[in-house]
Ligand binder design. Structure first.
Ligand SMILES: *Cc1c(COP(=O)(O)O)cnc(C)c1O
Length: 372
């Protein structure tokens, strides 16, 4: 039996950057500069630069970047924020944490929010639209920003799966009023623990969030308002600074792997992930569709190939969101996708041989069981 292939493998990556990462970590520890020190400052500058924005504020997680950013824009109880029904729950829960109500919108077959369905969800209470660049592909931002301008709404990018993805020559995180990124270890740019960052060109917003993450402090022991502890810690910033230098290379390798998958899956009864023109997909996940999803997943598992489902239960059908009052059938595309999607192994270091093994196994599955 061959070695197992997992959906992500962070150990291979660490081996490649071990010396540099260990050195960066040792420096933070020997300087005892653990909280909001130089490493965090420097990483914020590097990341802002990378995204092509003026400011970046490191925080404790992606969901925190979304929540604090929206709070800093004044979004709260009584407000509504429109977002994607097809996402990880954190997109919506960040809205709920501000006190506002998430208003969900169905997606297109490219997995992202369908801009043509947004306008009819806008009410007097709507304050913002939050597209999610799901799986690493930018949402259709021109259409979304046009609607936001027409109705005088903020645009908030959930870029937690899209570090380095480009839409019409601009990086995600630089397209809306602010962008939010997660550094959860499995993300394209991942820390060795939790972390997140907010990107923006709005100086005031950056200033407020930098206080919000740190007890509302203007300077030490001067608290302008009551706020949270949601800081990006220096050890994580040091790791991220090393890793940021490799992000484009890693994203390119993911794209190469996606191409190999596309070729290997040609002619099989599965749908490869659609790619929109004018944007680069950074393949945080490589998600195929098939009506035989569950059977295929167990077949692959028997062959030592692990897969994932992102996500098996749509947000509007989650127990946690009973109170929103949505029911089955409200978002037909999202619900259909939830039954058909399968995330194949995807990380930069995946080899052509491994990918061939995956696609050959999928071919083998359909030869054995047919397409039903
Ligand atoms: C990972 C993720 C988040 C939340 O990030 P955390 O760092 O885990 O808080 C939010 N939205 C999307 C789409 C994500 O994938």
């Amino acid at each position: 039996m061959q070695a197992k292939i997992n959906v992500v493998d962070l150990k291979i990556q660490y081996k490649q950057i071990k010396n540099e990462v260990n050195k960066a970590l040792r420096e933070v520890i020997s300087n005892a500069d653990f909280i909001l020190g130089n490493e965090v400052n420097d990483f914020e500058k590097d990341f802002a630069n990378y995204c092509g924005v003026k400011f970046a504020v490191g925080v404790g997680s992606g969901v925190s970047a979304l929540e604090l950013g929206m709070r800093a824009l004044g979004i709260g109880p009584g407000d509504e924020v429109i977002t994607a029904a097809n996402s990880f729950i954190a997109s919506s829960s960040a809205i709920s944490f501000t006190g506002a109500r998430p208003i969900l919108v169905d997606c297109r077959e490219d997995f992202n929010i369908d801009p043509s369905l947004i306008e009819k969800k806008i009410t007097k209470k709507t304050k913002a639209i939050m597209p999610v660049h799901l799986f690493g592909q930018p949402a259709l931002m021109d259409d979304i920003i046009k609607i936001a301008r027409k109705f005088n709404l903020y645009t908030v990018e959930d870029a937690c799966q899209a570090h380095g993805a480009v839409y019409k020559k601009k990086k995600t995180g630089s397209l809306g009023d602010f962008g939010a990124f997660s550094f959860y270890p499995g993300k394209n740019l991942g820390a060795y623990g939790d972390g997140g960052i907010l990107t923006t060109n709005n100086k005031r917003l950056a200033k407020i969030v930098s206080m919000m993450r740190n007890y509302g402090q203007k300077k030490k022991y001067h608290h302008k308002f009551l706020a949270w502890n949601s800081r990006l810690d220096s050890l994580q910033a040091a790791v991220l600074r090393v890793k940021l230098k490799f992000l484009d290379e890693w994203n390119m390798k993911r794209a190469r792997n996606a191409k190999l998958y596309n070729q290997g899956l040609k002619g099989l009864p599965v749908t490869a992930p659609p790619v929109n023109p004018d944007s680069t997909h950074i393949y945080h996940l490589y998600v195929i569709r098939t009506k035989s999803r569950d059977k295929l997943a167990s077949f692959l598992k028997e062959k030592g190939i692990n897969t994932g489902i992102h996500y098996p239960i749509p947000i509007h059908l989650q127990e946690a969101y009973r109170n929103l009052g949505y029911t089955k059938g409200d978002f037909p595309i999202t619900e259909m996708l939830a039954k058909e999607i399968l995330s194949l192994p995807m990380y930069p270091e995946l080899t052509g041989k491994q990918i061939k093994l995956v696609t050959d196994s999928i071919k083998n599955f359909f030869q054995t069981y047919g397409n039903n």
